[in-house]
Design a protein around this ligand. Structure first.
Ligand SMILES: Cc1cc2nc3c(=O)[nH]c(=O)nc-3n(C[C@H](O)[C@H](O)[C@H](O)COP(=O)(O)OP(=O)(O)OC[C@H]3O[C@@H](n4cnc5c(N)ncnc54)[C@H](O)[C@@H]3O)c2cc1C
Length: 294
C-alpha cells in the first residue's frame, strides 16, 4: 500500500483545488482495505474515502485527517457468462471500454464519465437517460463495523443521486453487474456519441466537479437552466468561472481557490432563490473546513 503525507489537495484532486491534506492512503488489496478501514473506525481521526475526486471540492484550509483513495483497487475484474464484477477503484470510462471489448451493452453511458465505479455507486451516477442502479445487481462493501456485506441493488439505490451508502460510514469494495450481450457496432456508436457530446459541450476543457447543484426535478427545470435564467453564465470569481457552456459547471480556469468556487455557488443559489423561490442543494461533496457556507 502507498502512503503520502502533507500533500496539497490541488496536486491530487480532479478540481486541482485544495490545501494541505495530512495523510492519503492508497490500499492495493482488499486485505489492506479491511485492515485500514477497521483502524479508521476505531480511530479519533477524521477520515474520508475518495475515488478520483471528480465530485469533491477540497477546502483551501486543507484536511487535518486521513483520505483513503481507491484508485489502486482497480484489478480483480471477474467476467462470467451471467454477471461481471468490477472493483471500486476502476474508472467508469475504463469499464465502458471493457464492456465494449466484450460486446456487453448497458455501459455505453459511462463512456467519458469521470471518476471510479465506487464513486459512481456512492452517488448513483446517471447520464444520457441511464443510471447505475439500472445495470448493477449487487454491491459488496464494508459496513460501519468493518464487516463485509453484500446488498442487492434494489435496496442499495434510493432514487435520484441517493444511496444507502450515503447514510452511514462504509467502504464500497466493488459491484456486480448484469450481463447483456449486444451488437459491437451499436455499442461503439452509442459510446462515441456520448463522449463526443461531452467534448462538444466543453465539459472536459477545465477542471470542475461536473454539476455543482442537484437537479430539482419537481420544478421541471434543471439546476443549470435555472442558473442560466439568472444570466450567470461566464460570471467569474478570481480564477473560477460559471462555465459559459453549462451554468451548473463551476470551472477552475487555473489556480482557482475553493473560496472562489464557493462565492460563485453562493451567488447562483441566492439568485435562483430570489428569482424562482427554489433552494438549490449542492451535489458536490466537501472535504475540510470552509470559512463560508454556500
Ligand atoms: C466533467 C465532469 C462531468 C461529470 N458528469 C457527470 C454525469 O453526467 N453524471 C453524474 O452522475 N456525475 C457526473 N460527474 C460527477 C462524477 O464524475 C461522478 O459522481 C463520479 O461517479 C464520482 O466518482 P469519483 O471516483 O470521482 O468519486 P469521488 O468524487 O472521489 O467521491 C464522490 C463521493 O463518493 C464517495 N466514495 C467514492 N468512492 C467510494 C468508495 N469506494 N466507498 C465509499 N465511498 C466512496 C466519496 O466519499 C464522496 O462522497 C461529472 C464530473 C465531472 C468532473
Amino acid at each position: 500500500m502507498k502512503i503520502i503525507e502533507n500533500v496539497y489537495g490541488k496536486s491530487i484532486s480532479y478540481y486541482k483545488i485544495g490545501g494541505i491534506i495530512r495523510k492519503i492512503i492508497y490500499p492495493e488489496t482488499i486485505k489492506d482495505v479491511i485492515i485500514i478501514f477497521k483502524q479508521l473506525l476505531d480511530s479519533e481521526s477524521k477520515w474520508t474515502i475518495i475515488g478520483k475526486t471528480s465530485n469533491i471540492l477540497i477546502s483551501d484550509n486543507g484536511y487535518d485527517g486521513i483520505l483513503v483513495c481507491t484508485t489502486l483497487l482497480d484489478k480483480d475484474i471477474e467476467i462470467r457468462d451471467d454477471e461481471i464484477y468490477f472493483p471500486s477503484g476502476l474508472e467508469s470510462n475504463k469499464i465502458s471500454e471493457i464492456a465494449r471489448g466484450e460486446n456487453l451493452t448497458g455501459f455505453e453511458w459511462m463512456s467519458g464519465l469521470p471518476g471510479t465505479i465506487g464513486g459512481a455507486i456512492y452517488m448513483n451516477a446517471r447520464c444520457y437517460g441511464s443510471e447505475i442502479s439500472e445495470i448493477c445487481c449487487k454491491v459488496i462493501y464494508l459496513n460501519h463495523k468493518g464487516d463485509i456485506c453484500t446488498i442487492d441493488a434494489d435496496k442499495a439505490f434510493k432514487g435520484y443521486k441517493d444511496t444507502v451508502f450515503q447514510k452511514e460510514p462504509c467502504f464500497i469494495l466493488g459491484a456486480k453487474f448484469i450481463v447483456h450481450k449486444g451488437d459491437h457496432r451499436g455499442i461503439e456508436e452509442k459510446s462515441l456519441i456520448n463522449i463526443e457530446d461531452r467534448i462538444s459541450k466543453h465539459q472536459l476543457d477545465y477542471p470542475s466537479c461536473g454539476c455543482f447543484f442537484r437537479n430539482d426535478y419537481k420544478s421541471g427545470n434543471s439546476a443549470g437552466k435555472l442558473i442560466d435564467a439568472c444570466s450567470l453564465k461566464g460570471l467569474r470569481s478570481g480564477n473560477a468561472q460559471i462555465s459559459p457552456y453549462h451554468a451548473n459547471f463551476f470551472i477552475n480556469l487555473g489556480d482557482a481557490k475553493a473560496e472562489d468556487i464557493i462565492n460563485l455557488a453562493k451567488k447562483a443559489r441566492n439568485e435562483v432563490r430570489n428569482k424562482f423561490g427554489i433552494d438549490l442543494v449542492p451535489e458536490v461533496c466537501f472535504i475540510g473546513e470552509f470559512d463560508e457556507e454556500i
